[in-house]
Design a binder for this molecule. Structure first.
Ligand SMILES: *[C@@H]1O[C@H](CO)[C@@H](O)[C@H](O)[C@H]1NC(C)=O
Ligand SMILES: *[C@@H]1O[C@H](CO)[C@@H](O)[C@H](O)[C@H]1NC(C)=O
Ligand SMILES: *[C@@H]1O[C@H](CO)[C@@H](O)[C@H](O)[C@H]1NC(C)=O
Ligand SMILES: *[C@@H]1O[C@H](CO)[C@@H](O)[C@H](O)[C@H]1NC(C)=O
Ligand SMILES: *[C@@H]1O[C@H](CO)[C@@H](O)[C@H](O)[C@H]1NC(C)=O
Length: 353
């Protein structure tokens, strides 16, 4: 029991001497920060009671001509306006470096001087300046394939988050969907302005939403022109099209005949034989897909139009001519009676003569 108490007393005494003596303590000996960002070396220092601090300075370890040296930051032009002593002349010796450069990586030391004594930190801070490096693999996938996002740095940083075209990405591993194409970047969590360069993901898929667009919707007149356009959403864009049609009249058998290729099926003069179901097939390097069927209907055929025209024409003629015929017939009867009388007179005269 006595031994334990003496040990405790010794421990307390040891701590006591250290805190009342000369020391420099860094909170983080191996900070890592991103290029372009700021870093703070949190630091505290102690000295004997009654001393007054006259001077404080930060040094960088520097290898010059094969000799290891410590150079005061205020003597290094590249730190001008970028290094900021945020500590004081009491116990805080923290330093901030802004707009970090790769060349800022290295060892840093703190030194303070009192009237009687100068004290340099025994340990140093080793700063690593790094960059966020986003990668997506593979860069080009087919819809349904797995994609992995990786955010690499040369040292350990707080956790990172992902964005696709400004939208947060839930997981760095996923099965690619059509809408996952875009530019991805990673950023520090809670410090989202610290970002990697973006990397592109290209999700390829066969034609979707294939549809037929008709230049003149509705039933068509014979002889008119119509263009059918096959549109689709595809990545890469559809580059091959096939048109199929089947005549409705062909007794319901749904066998379709190939009638054209190219994105636009142009019918400059529509005929009765063109009426029927149309379908287009769009194709890209990933696959193919069919549109829904579109039914082309025409006004009456030429023959029925002709018959209609003739029958109405006949009706018009009858209605107009009938009164004329009646008048003509009515007027002709009395005239012939007079003629007969005249003829009879002539005849009589001849007989008398
Ligand atoms: C630091 O700032 C001063 C005043 O703004 C400026 O004159 C000087 O050129 C700057 N030095 C560097 C290295 O940027
Ligand atoms: C296909 O069409 C549907 C409905 O119009 C739409 O919601 C969807 O986004 C389209 N797909 C693509 C890949 O554009
Ligand atoms: C065809 O497109 C539809 C949507 O437009 C889609 O649901 C279907 O999976 C596609 N078929 C193929 C074989 O790609
Ligand atoms: C159909 O396309 C052709 C060629 O592009 C064009 O000359 C014609 O005017 C189009 N017809 C209609 C009805 O849009
Ligand atoms: C598209 O339609 C054509 C013609 O009817 C047919 O041969 C083909 O199998 C269809 N393709 C798909 C993916 O449905």
């Amino acid at each position: 029991m006595k031994k334990m108490i003496t040990m405790l007393v010794l421990l307390i005494m040891k701590e006591g001497t250290e805190s009342s003596g000369w020391s420099v303590t860094f909170e983080n000996l191996n900070p890592c920060a991103l290029k372009g960002s700021s870093v703070e070396f949190r630091c505290s220092y102690n000295y004997r009671d009654g001393e007054t601090v006259k001077n404080t300075s930060w040094y960088k370890g520097d290898l010059k001509d094969g000799i290891w040296k410590r150079v005061d930051l205020s003597d290094l032009p590249s730190y001008e306006n970028r290094s900021e002593y945020v500590g004081d002349q009491q116990h805080d010796c923290s330093l901030v470096i802004h707009d970090l450069l790769y060349s800022d990586s290295g060892y840093y030391y703190f030194r303070f001087d009192t009237k009687t004594y100068g004290w340099r930190s025994r340990k140093s801070v080793y700063l690593s300046v790094t960059e966020l490096n986003a990668s997506v693999s593979p860069k080009r996938v087919r819809a349904g394939d797995n994609v992995t996002l990786e955010c690499r740095t040369s040292c350990h940083l707080s956790s990172t988050v992902w964005f696709r075209d400004g939208h947060p990405v839930a997981k760095p591993e996923f099965r690619a969907r059509v809408e996952d194409s875009g530019h991805y970047l990673c950023a520090l969590q809670g410090q989202e302005s610290e970002q990697s360069d973006p990397v592109a993901l290209d999700v390829q898929y066969p034609p979707l939403n294939v549809s037929i667009e008709v230049s003149h919707p509705g039933p068509l007149a014979e002889g008119s022109s119509v263009n059918l356009t096959c549109s689709s959403v595809a990545n890469p864009a559809a580059d091959s099209y096939t048109w199929y049609m089947s005549n409705v009249s062909s007794s319901g058998s749904s066998s379709m005949l190939q009638v054209g290729s190219g994105q636009v099926l142009s019918l400059p003069s529509v005929e009765a034989s063109h009426a029927g179901l149309y379908l287009c097939q769009a194709r890209n390097s990933v696959g193919e897909n069919n549109s829904t069927e579109w039914l082309m209907t025409l006004y009456q055929t030429d023959n029925s139009r002709f018959i209609l025209l003739v029958s109405t024409g006949v009706k018009v003629v009858i209605v107009l001519l009938l009164p004329l015929v009646i008048i003509w017939v009515w007027r002709k009867r009395p005239n012939s009676a007079v003629d007969e009388k005249e003829h009879s007179h002539d005849y009589e005269n001849i007989r008398r003569g």
